[in-house]
Design a protein. Structure first.
Length: 750
């Protein structure tokens, strides 16, 4: 009924989605090598397999393939990653409409010696909405629009009058490298189909270090008949390196510029090939290209196409995508706030609904951890892209409330992958079945323990529990009781937390010996505290301390992954009271925490204090709740919501990180956040909105007197009864009810 009421109102959730938020990789604007949000503005569906998006750059640490400050577009791909650091992947099946003489390479922006098919575009005309994107390519006077289904995409291209118009498809293109080999065949008067095989030899995820291995199959149909078509094929020398920097180099571009143009054939296979169809166009003539893809096989691509795109035009698919987004975004209905705040909220919620994406075809088949074809069961849908080190903190706690089946799906996917691969441990950063080894910790254990504590169904729980133990043994503090080395502080503290998570699982499963063993392991964080320096620091393998740097605990990378000892040192979420006692007591810790926040720059961009641009500190504002100073949690979460998130391209202060940055906002702006997954306690803070309704459960948070000045909680009621806790349990959230929060301008310290 809530959804019906919303649809009948003047505005729908999709009216507030701005996919340009975060769509920049610009390191200069960020003031740090990590860049900004790294989201993509193109068309997709909730957790869909396809993302039909403009591409402005192929290589480098540009995981989305797009950055708003670029002035040219090299094409429109059908797959993307969202918000990731490291060298990206996907960005396959690059479609580009052109006119005039055929060019067989994209070229590089700003390089006059490499004038390829790339085109400038009219920035003011660029439009991005949930399920839709468009831009005007000014070099060709061609308007390109894209939309998406769950397993496919549709391109609508509006041409000028021209005697030599063209649609060309770069089948080798891949963000961060290139496909290794491709094949394409003309099948009938209007259709092509084929595949693109991508391996680590062609760069991609982590420039090959991420071990990405996949083949994309496609079936594509043009609204215009294929009467004049051809292929191009570049002669790639044997032994030619094809990693990120190589493919982006001038010498490689010259290889592509010299590609052979081939006609009078109906199929082609090669190392770096493309397809084109040419025609004379009338003024305003529109041509549609519909594409279904599969990671399973060609038959899967055909089935996906027939199920979602056959007999539909661009507008039908666009409307279906928009309706799907309105349904999913209506899992949380907010009232109040400014237009910008509502846009930030629903765009954040939108960004939490891109991954982990569906990996099965419409018939339930998927590629498993053994890279063989499997059939999904009724228990779970195979999903992919698990950015574990990021998303265990906020993204998955959010999904346990609004989309618990997705959590069950992801755990089933990780468990089946561990079994099918024969590795029998959980990967920390999964992409298309690859064990990439990216980042650190054992985040899947956190998601598993949290789901079990909340009563979510878990496929093969016994296997999942064993794989959790195996993960801890393989990547953990077992050998020395801590992890030594230059990143040892992050390793040790993260492993200690997930060992506590294993202990919680063991306790629930009645495994007392395991429970005690893992509780003991969960105290490894204590070994890293130097009582002389009165802070955490890394150790060498012989137990001696790694030399204290001149900047002390503010020195980035001193013991810590992408952070410093100050930021990482707070990460003892499973034993806050023990941490506080070791640090010198509540009063000292409160002073230290407040000092850290007060030093933080207001723009919230990358810094050495409270660095919201990166994940290790995301739970830290909620420590004030646990230290008896909840008014400081309320003040600082409202400060972060107001300053770290904006309705603009530079609106995310750091990488989106596959939903994590946005999930923090969604929960905190609503008024709750889970500080320690595995413990079902959600901290309460000052809401940004007058009301937030979690429609799946009916749980409602109402903020009375909410304003920019009234950020402090004066009193609360749960279901009409006085409520004096600074937290609420997950069980109270999922059973529904109403939490009334009364706000005022002054802290309520008693």
């Amino acid at each position: 009924m809530l959804l019906v009421g919303l649809m009948a109102s003047a505005q729908r959730p999709t009216d507030y989605v701005n996919p340009f938020i975060g769509a920049s990789t610009n390191v200069d604007a960020a003031g740090a090598y990590h860049g900004l949000g790294k989201t993509f503005p193109g068309a997709t569906t909730p957790f869909g397999l396809t993302q039909v998006s403009p591409q402005t750059i192929t290589g480098g640490d540009n995981g989305s393939g797009y950055s708003s400050e670029h002035k040219t577009i090299e094409g429109f791909a059908i797959t993307q990653m969202s918000g990731i650091g490291w060298n990206g992947d996907l960005g396959n099946f690059l479609v580009m409409p052109t006119t005039g003489p055929l060019k067989t390479f994209a070229g590089k922006e700003g390089d006059s010696s490499a004038q390829g098919w790339r085109s400038h575009y009219n920035k003011p005309s660029e439009v991005a909405r949930a399920g839709y994107y468009s831009a005007l390519l000014t070099d060709y006077d061609i308007k390109v629009e894209t939309t998406a289904s769950q397993h496919g995409g549709v391109y609508r291209m509006t041409f000028p009058q021209h005697g030599q118009s063209r649609i060309q498809i770069d089948l080798a293109r891949r963000v961060g490298g290139t496909a290794d080999e491709e094949q394409v065949s003309v099948v009938g008067d209007h259709a092509i189909e084929g595949w693109m095989r991508c391996t680590p030899d062609g760069g991609g995820w982590g420039d090959g270090q991420g071990h990405a291995l996949y083949t994309i199959f496609f079936h594509a149909e043009f609204s215009r008949p294929l009467t004049d078509y051809g292929f191009w094929s570049a002669d790639i020398p044997e032994g030619q390196s094809r990693h990120n920097d190589d493919v982006a180099s001038a010498s490689y571009q010259q290889l592509l510029a010299k590609a052979a143009v081939i006609r009078n054939k109906t199929s082609l296979q090669g190392k770096h090939i493309g397809f084109f169809t040419e025609f004379a166009s009338e003024p305003g003539e529109q041509v549609e290209l519909k594409v279904g893809i599969s990671f399973v096989d060609l038959d899967g691509a055909r089935r996906n196409y027939n199920a979602e795109l056959k007999d539909k035009n661009f507008e039908q698919v666009r409307h279906e995508a928009r309706d799907a987004w309105n349904r999913e975004l209506s899992r949380i209905i907010i009232k109040g706030g400014s237009d910008d705040e509502r846009t930030i909220f629903y765009t954040a919620l939108y960004h939490t609904m891109i991954d982990p994406r569906v990996y099965t075809d419409v018939d339930g088949r998927y590629v498993g951890g053994d890279y063989k074809i499997h059939q999904s069961t009724k228990d779970f849908t195979k999903r992919t892209i698990f950015s574990g080190w990021d998303v265990f903190r906020s993204q998955f706690p959010l999904q346990t409330i609004i989309n618990p089946q997705l959590v069950t799906d992801m755990l089933g996917s990780l468990t089946s992958m561990a079994e099918q691969s024969g590795r029998e441990y959980f990967e920390r950063w999964e992409l298309l079945n690859s064990y990439s080894g990216c980042m650190l910790g054992n985040p899947a254990i956190s998601v598993l323990a949290d789901a079990h504590a909340k009563g979510l169904p878990i496929c093969d729980l016994d296997k999942a529990y064993q794989y959790a133990k195996n993960s801890s043994a393989k990547f953990g503090n077992d050998e020395l009781g801590f992890t030594p080395g230059t990143l040892g502080l992050s390793h040790t503290l993260e492993y200690a937390y997930t060992d506590w998570c294993v202990a919680q699982l063991a306790k629930a499963l009645g495994k007392k010996a395991d429970e005690q063993a893992f509780l003991k392991k969960s105290q490894a964080w204590r070994v890293m505290f130097d009582k002389q320096k009165k802070w955490f620091r890394p150790r060498n393998a012989d137990g001696t301390w790694v030399e204290w740097p001149e900047q002390g605990r503010l020195q980035e990378w001193y013991g810590a992954m992408e952070s410093n000892a100050l930021q990482q040192g707070w990460f003892v979420p499973h034993d806050v009271q023990g941490m506080v006692a070791l640090m010198g007591g509540k009063k000292k810790v409160l002073q230290d925490l407040q000092w850290m926040f007060e030093q933080t720059p207001k723009d919230m961009f990358w810094n050495v204090y409270y660095n919201h641009a990166n994940e290790p500190v995301h739970f830290v504002p909620y420590l004030f709740n646990q230290l008896g100073a909840p008014w400081l949690t309320q003040y600082w979460t409202r400060f972060i919501c107001a300053n770290a998130y904006k309705n603009q391209v530079e609106g995310l202060c750091g990488n989106e990180d596959v939903g994590q940055m946005s999930a923090w906002y969604v929960l905190s702006a609503a008024g709750i956040h889970q500080a320690c997954p595995g413990n079902t306690r959600f901290e309460i803070t000052s809401p940004v909105f007058d009301e937030a309704v979690f429609t799946g459960t009916g749980f409602t948070i109402r903020a009375h007197g909410q304003s920019k000045e009234n950020v402090y909680i004066q009193r609360m009621e749960l279901n009409g009864q006085p409520y004096n806790r600074t937290w609420i349990d997950y069980s109270d959230i999922v059973k529904g009810g109403t939490l009334d929060i009364y706000l005022g301008p002054q802290p309520k310290k008693k």
